[in-house]
Design a protein around this ligand. Structure first.
Ligand code: ZN
Length: 93
């Protein structure tokens, strides 16, 4: 029997072993709390909870794949730059 088993994470197209729920990369990337939830809810037949856990896993993986952009540094106006320079050099008006 060689049925192909797909990883439980929505959007993941990799295969998994029949006795697993997740492919190896997803399993390793997910926090234990999320993957245990997928395994447990599936084992208990709690399908709505299982689907929610799978969605949570997909969201988590999307988030770590695309980390939020670094905050844009506040711009310094030319006047402020000049004032900073004066202060650094100890110059007085
Ligand atoms: Zn996967």
């Amino acid at each position: 029997m060689s049925r192909i088993h797909r990883c439980d994470v929505p959007g993941c197209t990799r295969t998994r072993a029949s006795w697993q729920r997740l492919c190896t990369p997803c399993f390793e990337a997910l926090p234990r709390e999320i993957r245990n939830r997928i395994i447990e809810t599936r084992r208990l037949g709690r399908n709505p909870d299982w689907r929610a856990a799978c969605k949570k896993a997909a969201r988590y993986l999307a988030q770590i794949a695309r980390p939020p952009r670094a905050p844009i540094r506040p711009r310094v106006t030319p006047q402020q730059a000049f004032a900073n320079q004066q202060r650094l050099l100890g110059e007085q008006d």
